[in-house]
Design a protein around this ligand. Structure first.
Ligand code: SAH
Length: 261
C-alpha cells in the first residue's frame, strides 16, 4: 500500500509575517487545509464575529486572541486600528493570523488590510476562503449558475448608504442572472422593490438564508413580492444572505442539508 498523499508542504508562517486567512461561511470543515495549518502556527490571532468558536478552538491555546469586531452597530475596533495593530504585532516578531469570515477579498476589506501591510513593509500571505454565496448555495441546494436558469451570477453589497441602496438596478434586474446580496437584511424590502421596478417579475424566486452552513441555518423561500414579509415573520438572526433568481426555485427539490442533525 502506498502512503497517503500529503498536501504540498507550503511555506511556514515566519515571525513578523501576517497571514490573511479566509475561514469560510461557518462550518469549520469548510476551512482549507492551508487555513488550518497556518491557524495552528499563530502566535497572535485577530478575528471578527463571523469566525466561529469552533474555528477559534483549532488555534493553539497559548496564542493571543484579539476580537476586532464587527457587527453592524458594534465596531469593536475601527479599520485603521485593526491595520495598525497588525503592523505592530508583526513588528514585534509575532506570527500573526488575521481571520476573516468567508473569503478575505469578497466584501471583507482584505485588500485594505494588505495595502496597509505593504505600506509598512510587513510580509504577508493571503489564503482564500469559501465565500458565503458559495457555501450557502451548496448547503441550500441553490446551484447559482444552473444552466437551465442562469448564465451569470452577481455578488452585491446591500449596505445602506444614507438609508438607501446605491446599486446598478438596471444591471441587476436581468433575466437569466442570479443576484446574491451580502449585508442586505435591512435593505431587503428595497432590494425587492427596486428589482421589480426595473423589470423583474414579482414572481421571481428569492430566498434569504440565516447562518448558512451551520446548525443554525434557516432558509426562507419566496419571491420578490412575498419575501420581505416572510423574512420579517421569520425573525431571522444575522448573518443572512439573499439570493434572487430562477435558480432559487430548485431549492425545495435539491435541499439536502438538515441543520438539526
Ligand atoms: N468576506 C465574507 C463576507 C463579509 S460581509 C465572505 O466572503 O463571505 C458579511 C456578510 O456576509 C453578512 O452580512 C452576510 O450577508 C454574509 N454572510 C457571511 N457568512 C454568512 C452565513 N454563514 N450565512 C449567511 N450569510 C453570511
Amino acid at each position: 500500500m502506498s502512503a497517503p498523499v500529503e498536501p504540498p508542504a507550503a511555506r511556514a508562517l515566519q515571525p513578523g509575517e501576517v497571514a490573511l486567512v479566509g475561514t469560510g461561511p461557518g462550518d469549520p470543515e469548510l476551512l482549507t487545509l492551508r487555513a488550518l495549518r497556518l491557524l495552528r502556527q499563530a502566535d497572535v490571532l485577530l478575528y471578527d464575529n463571523l469566525v466561529s468558536a469552533e474555528i477559534m478552538a483549532l488555534a493553539p491555546p497559548e496564542a493571543e486572541r484579539i476580537y476586532v469586531g464587527k457587527r453592524r452597530n458594534d465596531h469593536a475596533m475601527r479599520q485603521e486600528s485593526i491595520n495598525a495593530l497588525m503592523v505592530e504585532k508583526a513588528r514585534q516578531g509575532h506570527r500573526v493570523v488575521r481571520l476573516k469570515g468567508g473569503d478575505p477579498f469578497v466584501f471583507g476589506r482584505g485588500g485594505e488590510e494588505i495595502e496597509s501591510l505593504t505600506d509598512h513593509g510587513v510580509r504577508f500571505q493571503v489564503v482564500p476562503g469559501i465565500t458565503a454565496a458559495v457555501g450557502v448555495a451548496a448547503y441550500t441546494g441553490i446551484p447559482l449558475t444552473h444552466r437551465d436558469h442562469a448564465q451569470a451570477c452577481v455578488f452585491v453589497t446591500g449596505n445602506l448608504k444614507d438609508g438607501s441602496m446605491d446599486l446598478d438596478w438596471a444591471g441587476l434586474a436581468r433575466r437569466r442572472q442570479t443576484v446574491v446580496c451580502y449585508m442586505g437584511f435591512l435593505g431587503l424590502h428595497q432590494l425587492c422593490t427596486q428589482l421589480r421596478a426595473h423589470g423583474l417579475p414579482g414572481t421571481t424566486p428569492a430566498a434569504i438564508v440565516q447562518q448558512g452552513t451551520t446548525p443554525q441555518q434557516r432558509v426562507v423561500v419566496g419571491d420578490l413580492d412575498t419575501l420581505p414579509a416572510k423574512a420579517e415573520a421569520a425573525h431571522l438572526k444575522a448573518p443572512t444572505l439573499i439570493i434572487v433568481g430562477d435558480v432559487v426555485s430548485l431549492a425545495p427539490k435539491l435541499a439536502w442539508f438538515t441543520p438539526a442533525g
